[in-house]
Design a protein around this ligand. Sequence first.
Ligand code: NAG
Ligand code: NAG
Ligand code: NAG
Ligand code: NAG
Ligand code: NAG
Ligand code: NAG
Length: 332
Amino acid sequence: MKSNLLHTIASLSLVTLSAADSPTNCLLASNSLGEYNACCSGQVEGISEIDGIQFEYFCDSWWDPQAPAPVNTASARECAQLCYWDGACTGSTWVSRNGHCYLTTSSEDLQKKSYPPYSEGYMALRQRIGLSPPESACAPWINAAVANETTECANRLKPIQDARDVLERENQAYNTSLRHIQKERDGLNEANRNLSTALSQLQRQTEVLNQTSQELNGTNLFYKKLLDGEIGMTSNWREWARCPGADGKEITVQGVTYRQFCNQRLYSPNGFPRDNVILGYEDCIASCNDLPWCRGINFWTKWTRACFRFDYEGTYPLPKNFSEQVIAITPV
Ligand SMILES: *[C@@H]1O[C@H](CO)[C@@H](O)[C@H](O)[C@H]1NC(C)=O
Ligand SMILES: *[C@@H]1O[C@H](CO)[C@@H](O)[C@H](O)[C@H]1NC(C)=O
Ligand SMILES: *[C@@H]1O[C@H](CO)[C@@H](O)[C@H](O)[C@H]1NC(C)=O
Ligand SMILES: *[C@@H]1O[C@H](CO)[C@@H](O)[C@H](O)[C@H]1NC(C)=O
Ligand SMILES: *[C@@H]1O[C@H](CO)[C@@H](O)[C@H](O)[C@H]1NC(C)=O
Ligand SMILES: *[C@@H]1O[C@H](CO)[C@@H](O)[C@H](O)[C@H]1NC(C)=O
């Protein structure tokens, strides 16, 4: 965007003087009698600054029309300033020989006149108009331009700010709905986790119920076979009443502790049980105490010779089989 203000500043900078126009500062009050020589030796005209105001001078010349009577001044500088301070004065002529200063107040265009040798030592002086105005003169104009640009800038900025506000509000609304969705998602995730937890609990309960059911079915079948006479009512069938209460529990007989496993039998990868004898439940266990080779017992409740004793190392209980009413017994 090419701003009017920039344009303004650019035109102001065009006012700068070229090198040939460079002001000398020959109009110095302290140099009063030497001023003519300082300003006019080697040149017929020039520019000199007094307190920031530029004056142009022409050597050996006077302004026509001229004032009828001179005022006395101490210097060309004073003569130039008197004219500058006098609102009606358009130019002044200074005579270096006697300090006479002629202030021309005519509204006619000034004519520069020269009549050597009569005009020798004269200096025609006037303010240099239109160039390098004092900064203070420009200030209101610059301020107006700045204010104008500020308004212009604000006008251009407004739709952008409005658009930004709309986006900001949309962003807020988006954030809000995003937060709601995230909250819902978190809630669903939690509900999902709760459901999985509940599901695995149900699965565990189902497994337990399934196992209990199989166990009861097996036991039921066992008693049914007993009643039907398919199995003899041996001296040990009542021992099955220990299960499932005894399952996984320890039992201590004559100071030695064993663990019991319902519906599980011992298995030895090296061979069969060493023997089987007619003994009651606790007598069977007590017999294992007394035998140095005894590694464990299968107590089969449906047999009279219920007590099966193992002598192999590495003998272990197989997984549960609810069709088998056997109790595995191993030393702890
Ligand atoms: C102010 O702006 C208007 C339009 O942009 C322009 O026409 C006018 O010259 C400007 N005034 C100043 C003082 O810059
Ligand atoms: C929207 O959320 C983002 C990321 O959390 C944040 O940086 C931004 O400041 C938020 N905006 C608003 C308008 O709340
Ligand atoms: C998930 O379970 C916890 C603890 O049982 C409960 O406090 C919470 O309300 C449940 N969450 C959902 C979403 O059901
Ligand atoms: C019970 O468990 C057995 C063995 O683990 C399985 O084969 C059977 O399908 C299960 N039954 C039910 C109703 O879960
Ligand atoms: C237990 O027996 C009943 C009736 O015979 C049968 O319906 C059920 O499936 C059996 N349960 C298992 C776990 O085998
Ligand atoms: C469970 O025991 C019965 C009777 O001894 C047998 O027929 C069946 O094969 C056994 N089941 C398993 C899985 O070992």
